[in-house]
Design a binder for this molecule. Sequence first.
Ligand SMILES: O=C(O)CCC(=O)C(=O)O
Length: 264
Amino acid sequence: MLTENEIAQFSIDGVVHVSNVLDKKWINLLEKGIDRNKSDRGPWSCDYSQPEGPGEFWDDYCNWQRFEEYKEVLFESPLATIAREVTQSSQIRLFHEHVLVKEEQTNELTPWHHDQPYYCVDGDKLVSTWVPLDYVPRHTAMRFLAGSHNGPMYAPRRFEDHTAYEYEGFPQLPKIDEVKESLRIRSWDMQPGDVLLFHMRTLHAAGGSRARRRAFAARWLGDDAVYAQRPGPTSPPFPGLENELRVGEPMDHPLFPIIKCEES
Ligand SMILES: O=C(O)CCC(=O)C(=O)O
C-alpha cells in the first residue's frame, strides 16, 4: 500500500504523511466511536484544559475492547497493513489506540515530546498512525522534528503543565528552537482520512485549534518490539503487566493482538 519513497521517508525522517488512506466508511465509524467515548470515558481519560478557559483538550486510550467501532477500524482497516509495511515487519501487533480531541476554541498546545519513553516497550520497529477526522490546517497541525527518532530518549512530559516526569537516566528535553530547526520541521495540511505515520521516538508537538479537531491514533509494534520497564509511571499504565512479561520479552500478550494484514 505504501510506496518505496514513503517507506524511505519514514526511515530517514521518522515521519511520513500519506493522503487518503481511510475512506468515509472508516471515518464514520471513528466519529461514532469518539461520540460514544466522549460521554463514556475510560479510567485513564484526561482533560488538559483550563477549567475557566474556552475549548477543551481531552484524551482517552485503551478502549478498543469497549467500543466496537474502534475495534473494527484497528482490526479491519488498512492502518495495520501500512504500519507493518512502514516498519518492514513480518507481522504487526496492536499496542493500543489513543483518541485526542481538541474541541472548538482550544488554546492548549501539545508540548514537544516523543512517545517511546512513556511506553513499556523497546525496539525500533515502532510506529503510530495518527488520523484526523476533521480538516487540520498546517499552522495548527502536528509538527515533527525530522531525524529525532535517531537521537536519545528524553523524560516524558505532562500534557497538563508541560513539566517533565522524574525519570532517572532520561535527560530533560532541551527547548526546541523552531526557527533554528525550521529545515527539520515537518508538518502538513491534513484532510480526514489522511494518515501520519511516525516513529515512537520522533519528537512532535501540535498547536491549539479554533475548529474541532478529533484525532484517532493507533500504536503499533513491529518485529523487534519487546517489553521494557521505565524508571517512573508509564502511560498507558497497563497495571499488572510487570507480573506477566519479563523485560526483553516479545509483547506476546492478549492485550496486544497480532493483526491480520493484507499480503504485500
Ligand atoms: O493530537 C495531539 O495533539 C498530540 C498527539 C500525540 O502526541 C501523539 O499521538 O503521540
